[in-house]
Write a protein that binds this ligand. Sequence first.
Ligand code: PMT
Length: 422
Amino acid sequence: MGGTIPGSTGAPPFVVLGVSAGIAAYKAVDVCRRLVDAGIHVAPVLTERATHFVGKATFDALGSEPAQTTLWDEASPIPHTRLGQRADLIVVAPATADLLARYAGGFADDLLTATLVATAAPVVVCPAMHTEMWEHPAVQHNLAVLISRGVTVVAPEEGRLAGGDIGSGRLADPSVIVERVLGLLGGAPRGHHLGAGTAGGGRSTRDLAGIRVVVSAGGTREPIDPVRFLTNRSSGKQGHALAEAAARRGAAVVLVTTGKPAAGPGVVVEPVETAADMEAAMLSRAEGADVVIMAAAVADFRPKVVQGSKLHKADGVPDLILEPTPDILSELGRRRRQGQVLVGFAAETERVSERARAKLADKGVDLMVANDVSAPGVGFDHDTNEVTILGADGSVTDVPLRSKDAVADAILDRVCALLSAR
Ligand code: PMT
């Protein structure tokens, strides 16, 4: 193991990889291999029931030391405290509903839960389970308890589950898990690459400290009358994920959104409804910003006349005359101040790359995030996304299907690279 924690004494980071009993345990093998490849000392700890899904011998071969499965067979009389005290970080992948419940409840009746309870190191849990279990209030409550204690959760993705069902609950991609672990350790110990198409690697978790970021999110609502409006399918999830990721990385963030008013810590929310509201908020907020990201789906057209009272069927079908809304991103591009990084999105269903490239040039942005919203699990309202980040400098970064949080981090990695080059 050649890697070190930046600023440490030279020993490689010591990570306990906990594996609990779910079908996704086979993906923990890949997590183990990637961490070892990145120069991490990996101590695998499997619950006894996890060994029904994947053998101890596999982790013996791939980990940095033999895998452990029990409190009772080690030479050390107290393996749970040895591992917990020595760990620089513990990551549990997959974390089943049962494991989360036992950890949240402070149970310590096997080696993995005992190690989790006996550590002061950062802990990352990567839940994986069927959608019904993932959405159960007890599971969500246990997660909330763990988050309130400082545990990091790498959210599961939407996709194919055991038995062929499709839904939320699939273990996050191993590359995403490893990326988060390395981020929490303060960077990749050894010339680490996160795998084809994955942006990032080696960034510090506070690499946006002191940076002012403005993000827009959600679909605007253009009124027809007091009770009806034109809108689109944007939920605001991708914009919210960007704002929250930027705040986690130390930025001062303003989120201009038509979505839910709540956002994570460190994000100031400015709620808006229409394209006109969003334009006013974005132009004013962008004046003092270092980074501006337009993830919102702004309506391109709005009714030319807004009726003052509710339209009634008895009066016949209304003649809805539409007019274009202001192009906020283009205006931000025109007013952009020196050194500011401007990011746009292009949501397309065909000729995606060609159209995104045209928008990159027309709107005067540094990065255009091409989003093929016709692909399964991609774009509007999903918890996952897949994008290609096009740079005005000719760079192209593919970000394969993953959680919107992970996509946000990949975009912010590109933003950080531009900021440090200015
Ligand atoms: O919100 P989610 O459900 O999570 O879905 C995410 C998303 C699909 C909305 C997001 O990833 C995305 O692609 N956002 C851009 C949607 C869009 O409006 O794309 P566009 O190609 O029509 O617009 C190009 C760019 O110009 C966008 O940055 C848009 O914000 C901006 N624009 C568009 C029209 C307008 N009048 N003013 C603008 O500023």
